[in-house]
Design a protein around this ligand. Sequence first.
Ligand SMILES: [Zn+2]
Length: 320
Amino acid sequence: MSTINIPNELPVDLIGPDIAAYAVGNTGIPYVWSFEAGRPGPHVMISAIVHGNEPCGSVALDWLMSQDVRPLKGTLTLAFMNTQAASRFDPADPNASRWVDEDFNRVWSAEALASDRDSVELRRARQVQPLVASADYLLDLHSMQQPAPGLALAGWQERGVRLAQLVGVPDRIVIDRGHAAGMRMRDHGAFSADDGQAAALLLECGQHWETGAADLAKEASARFLTGLSVIGPELLDGLGALDPAPQTVWEVAEAVTITSERYTHTQPFTGGEIIAEKGTLLGHDGERPVVSPHDDCMLVMPSKRLWRGQTAVRLARRRD
Ligand SMILES: [Zn+2]
């Protein structure tokens, strides 16, 4: 099982709401709520706390539940995912609640789900999988270790990019293939299949514990639901949302997977940096230098979890 104990030096200004009242659910699955319009339409899903130390999604779902949102068509599902991890959130050691046994967002391959392996996260993933697999559109709300501009991780199918453009925020869309360490929920099944229409978006709303992350999570949720015409436009009123900045699309050309016992970044990168020159030294994986593979290379979420097999950083090229 993976350890997660990295120290935190950032302020903890955002703490998730008490979600105990949502435990009962209405789907037979704890902490998962579905509402049907009684009119045909897509199954639209918003998920939060895939990582227990990322409260912004819980704030957004709590806000949607408090608004009594109901779909105008199809089905709307609101799901708090790794609630066991999130229930352990401690502002004094906020990274410790990222997961209980392992990363919930690396267990979503068909093989891992069907295996005889057991963990808190695998049990929860197997429990919610039928609903996730039945979603036509998924918005999965996350946040990042370090302060950096928000990102819409669109996967590698073009329809993920289109969904990010329909949501309209944040302004950086990233085409990516996930992590060598295991499949993410947003890539599960039909979401990443070469055919079909199911589309998913993993939104990185900012640093885990900055209040702006919750603002973006709420705005993106409202834009997702109104953009898909599942909820009327009034949901966006009152958020004080401004016209969003024009979006740019970036494609991850390389995920730097750590192969040694010691990885170091050459600078205290926090993510979103655009490295002008090809060949700039970015880090060392053991003895191996890691350099930017092309000009104007955006660093996507440089990690502090610098262990063998983990992703140290992803490198993205702007798509014209
Ligand atoms: Zn996350």
